[in-house]
Design a protein. Structure first.
Length: 75
């Protein structure tokens, strides 16, 4: 599942940048997506899809927060 790989890559990059909020949020999305992929019909389950959507929105907020931090630091 592409979302698992994308979240994994973001988690690794966030670790390298020492951005803990972003790393934890990406890890949460990766875990949720991996569980969905490993559950029979998991990707079709509305509860799992809602959880994935929530985790994705959380990741967007974490990315936005990191971006704002970089702007504040004039980086």
């Amino acid at each position: 599942m592409a979302i698992v790989r994308a979240a994994h890559v973001i988690k690794g990059a966030a670790s390298n940048l020492m951005c803990e909020q972003l790393r934890q949020t990406a890890m949460s999305l990766e875990t949720t997506a991996q569980n969905a992929a490993n559950t029979p019909n998991g990707i079709e389950n509305p509860d799992i899809l809602d959880d994935l959507q929530t985790k994705l929105e959380d990741l967007k907020v974490a990315v936005k927060n990191y971006h704002e931090y970089l702007e504040e630091e004039d980086i």
